[in-house]
Design a protein around this ligand. Structure first.
Ligand code: SDX
Length: 427
């Protein structure tokens, strides 16, 4: 960390010197921890200008549209790696050797089953419950089954919990889908790779075990990679905040799932398909672009814009390429929603409102079209995002707990009543 300084001059007070810290790459940060001595706080609703922690996991350059996981560009990982190798990288900081990869894959494979009693949790939900509501409940309930790995101060327990969560999320996600369909839940198979196994548990039934298309499995694996981690986004920050109180890892991940569900965050992929359905036809695009620009209209162009990216989201670029591959492989030549999405992107990107605000398609804009082509229902899109992001959440949770940390407890600017007394002789 550098010895640069910043000076804060508050009228009538001596200047306050604040250290300026420099990372490996990216913007410097002003360390305001000593500010409490002045009896003042920083004020930054939405954390637009706040770095909440130091991290070595993921780096985003929003202006250049760069996304690195432990230094490796997302484009290279999506093209040359696979999801479990990317999981190992995020969790451990380095790519695995052949032996380490084989051991990691074997560990994950041997933890994909869930406790048989977990099935009974599903029966408490209506069949038409939103799958994300079920995921919040069932994942949070996992802590009731794994008392042997809840000591968050024990590195071995943290490791076991991380493996269990990465291994079991696809099983639970598929169980959620099967429950909504009224079909029997499928057990995982150890002879399939991670993405194949997920598609097997989603789409096969005890009556018929069809082979999994390698193209669809590869596309699924790539979608998992593209959603694996993204620095201190809302759901990851939620996991860190929950973890800072000492909550068990399953509760922290359930909190992350809840935060991801919002349409401004991971719920956007589902909202993009609903928006495309609402637009319906290219002839309506201008009307919806106008709605998106109208400050009095809450409508936003779903799948567009990003807090950090003020250039193209590199994941959206890879996602669009994958879209073309999957639709091509499936012989879907003129998918109306893809045509509409491409036209919408074209028009929006020429519109001054979007250009001035650097609003580009984000990871959610094209992902739904691929997921739909694979046969996944819209209501499951955010569940897939949560499945894939679990490794990112748990990597940040592990990183925070492996060093000194404090419980997250922001302050506020209070603008309510000053002290006052209750009226005398009340009835
Ligand atoms: C994800 O943080 C992450 O890393 C998240 C994520 C991850 O991997 O974890 O990348 C995943 O959540 C991607 C984002 C998915 N959400 C959407 O696609 C929903 C639509 N997008 C917007 O809601 C919005 O762009 C956000 C929430 C993504 C970002 O919002 P910000 O950073 O708070 O920006 P803002 O709302 O202040 O927007 C700045 C301006 C505003 O206009 P002005 O007040 O300057 O006039 O841009 C406008 C906004 O009204 N704007 C949009 C818009 N997004 C921003 N206008 C129309 N349509 C949009 N989509």
């Amino acid at each position: 960390m550098a010895d640069k300084k910043a000076q804060l001059i508050i009228e009538g007070n001596a200047p306050v010197e604040l250290p300026v810290l420099t990372g490996t790459v990216g913007p410097d940060v002003i360390d305001v921890r000593s500010l409490t001595a002045t009896g003042r706080f920083t004020f930054d609703p939405g954390f637009m200008s706040t770095a909440s922690c130091e991290s070595k996991i993921t780096y985003i350059d929003g202006d250049q549209g760069i996304l690195l996981h432990r230094g490796y560009p997302i484009e290279q990982l999506a093209e040359q790696s696979d999801y479990l190798e990317t999981c190992y990288l995020l969790l451990n900081g380095e790519l695995p050797s052949k032996e380490e990869k084989a051991q990691f894959v074997s560990t994950i494979k041997n933890h994909t089953m869930v406790h048989e009693q977990l099935k009974t949790f599903f029966n408490g939900f209506r069949r038409d419950a939103h799958p994300m509501a079920i995921m919040c409940g069932v994942v949070g309930a996992l802590s009731a089954f794994y008392h042997d790995s809840l000591d968050i101060n024990n590195p071995q327990h943290r490791e076991v919990s991380a493996m269990r969560l990465v291994a079991k999320m696809p099983t639970i996600a598929a169980m959620t889908y099967k429950y909504s369909m009224g079909q029997p839940m499928m057990y995982p198979r150890n002879d399939l790779n991670y993405a194949e196994n997920f598609l097997h548990m989603m789409f096969n039934t005890p009556c018929e075990i069809k082979p999994i298309s390698p193209v669809l499995a590869k596309a699924m694996d790539k979608i998992f990679i593209l959603h694996a981690d993204h620095e201190q986004n809302a759901s990851t920050s939620t996991v860190r905040l929950a973890g800072s109180s000492g909550a068990n890892p399953f509760a922290c991940i359930a909190a992350g799932i809840a935060a991801l569900w919002g349409p401004a965050h991971g719920g956007a992929n589902e909202a993009v398909l609903a928006m495309l359905d609402e637009i319906g036809d290219v002839s309506n695009i201008d009307k919806f672009i106008a709605k998106a620009k109208d400050k009095n209209d809450p409508f936003k162009l779903m799948g567009f814009g990003h807090r950090v990216y003020k250039n193209r989201d590199p994941r959206a670029t890879v996602m669009k390429q994958t879209c073309d591959e999957v639709l091509g492989e499936l012989g879907i030549t003129n998918d109306p929603q893809l045509e509409l999405a491409m036209r919408l992107e074209e028009i929006a990107l020429t519109d001054p409102y979007f250009k001035e605000r650097n609003l580009y398609p984000n990871v959610d804009f094209y992902s739904g079209i691929i997921l739909k082509a694979i046969g996944i229902p819209t209501s499951m899109f955010t569940v897939i995002f949560a499945l894939a992001r679990t490794v990112g959440w748990i990597s940040h949770w592990k990183e925070m707990l492996s060093g000194p940390y404090k419980i997250g407890r922001p302050r506020q600017l209070y603008t309510g009543y000053e002290q006052r007394d209750l009226p005398a002789n009340r009835d």
